[in-house]
Design a protein around this ligand. Structure first.
Ligand SMILES: C[S@@+](CC[C@H](N)C(=O)[O-])C[C@H]1O[C@@H](n2cnc3c(N)ncnc32)[C@H](O)[C@@H]1O
Ligand code: SF4
Ligand code: SF4
Length: 328
């Protein structure tokens, strides 16, 4: 990150925190709810909505860029199923936006040219084959490892997200060793139990005592230099799951979500979403629209690792900032 970008980000954060001035620094964008997998704890592929087309998405990206967006995280559903993905990623990169794509990796071989535009590919893996595949589907472990290798060969930075459940607390060391062997970093998150998109997640919840032991172990491994993406303050935060726990929240102020139909909102996990549709095509409309989005109040269930880091960084948590700079 150069000094100019750093100064722009810092001033946006100060203006937002002191004077409530909204600035869409970071966008989490679900390009589609469709998916080619059916992971047992994920309800997203059962959601339905119409999808805006590539040209509309590119126009929105231009508008977000002119409002100061620095990070876009494309996800889904499975974003590699979205037609026009290459054009979408190129458009974001033309504005020098840091672009990450969360994907199950199955379609990377046929989308290699597109994913080369991403600054980071985030894949999902929950443990060795015998743990991962009963949750995520037969053959998914091998498919994910092949995707990691393909990204490495093509010099595309890759990281892994692991959802902690009652089935994989013993797999943490396996995953960390794999990460060292294959040169990637890994982020851990507990399941978002009360999220309506995650209907079956309740069947996967670990015992609180076992879960907290695992997080303590992760904190220890992080301090030993293992490639854990989560910062120490973020690990301390998720240690308290599933109890309610507050975190300074920047959603609806510095960070926004976009749904496949173009609707913008404050937070997927809490569904603080505007219902009015398609005010997306000009920058003033987007600005007006962002103003109508309510900043979530009183939420105490922030469990998504990337959102936690963003919330900590934008509240000037020094450890989280140093950790982010080390990871990037
Ligand atoms: C919803 S997926 C979308 C991107 C892509 N399809 C994938 O699987 O990586 C993004 C991340 O959410 C995680 N996820 C799915 N269900 C979850 C749940 N119940 N709690 C926490 N994370 C979950 C997935 O494992 C994945 O790492
Ligand atoms: S976690 Fe990703 S791959 Fe699995 S069902 Fe959900 S969207 Fe699809
Ligand atoms: S989960 Fe809650 S605290 Fe976290 S970003 Fe969303 S609204 Fe804010």
């Amino acid at each position: 990150m150069n000094i100019k970008t750093f100064a722009e980000i810092s001033s946006s954060v100060v203006l937002a925190k002191l004077f409530n001035i909204k600035r869409p620094l970071a966008i989490r964008w679900a390009l589609t709810y469709q998916c080619n997998q059916k992971c047992l704890y994920c309800g997203i592929p059962f959601k339905e909505t119409f999808e805006i087309d590539t040209n509309t998405i590119c126009k929105m990206i231009d508008n977000f860029a002119s409002l100061g967006t620095k990070w876009i995280s494309f996800s889904g559903g499975e974003p590699l199923l979205k037609n026009g993905l290459c054009k979408i990623l190129k458009q974001a990169k033309s504005h020098n936006i840091f672009v990450s794509v969360s994907t199950n990796g199955a379609l990377i071989p046929e989308n290699l040219e597109a994913v080369k535009f991403a600054d980071r590919i985030k894949l999902s893996l929950d443990g060795p084959e015998e743990i991962n595949d009963p949750i995520k589907g037969k053959g998914v472990f091998k498919q994910t490892l092949a995707a990691i290798d393909l990204c490495r060969i093509n010099k595309i930075p890759v990281s892994i997200d692991c959802v902690l459940s009652k089935f994989n607390l013993d797999s943490i060391d396996y995953l960390l060793n794999l990460a060292v062997e294959k040169c990637f970093k890994i982020s851990f998150l507990p399941s978002s139990i009360r999220n309506p998109d995650r209907q079956n997640a309740g069947d996967f919840l670990p015992e609180t005592i076992e879960y907290r032991k695992a997080i303590k172990h992760l904190i220890y491994q992080k301090k030993q230099g293992k490639p854990v993406i989560n910062s120490i303050p973020a690990l301390n935060h998720i240690y308290h799951w599933p109890e309610y726990r507050k975190i300074p929240c920047s959603m609806g102020l510095l960070s926004f979500n976009v749904e496949p139909n173009g609707v913008m909102g404050a937070c997927i996990d809490k569904s603080y979403t505007c219902t009015e549709e398609d005010k997306t095509l000009n920058v003033n409309k987007i600005k007006e629209y962002l103003e109508t989005i309510k900043v979530p109040v009183g939420c105490q269930e922030c469990w998504c690792s990337a959102i936690i880091e963003f919330n900590l960084i934008t509240s000037f948590n020094i450890n989280a900032i140093i950790n982010y700079l080390r990871n990037s």
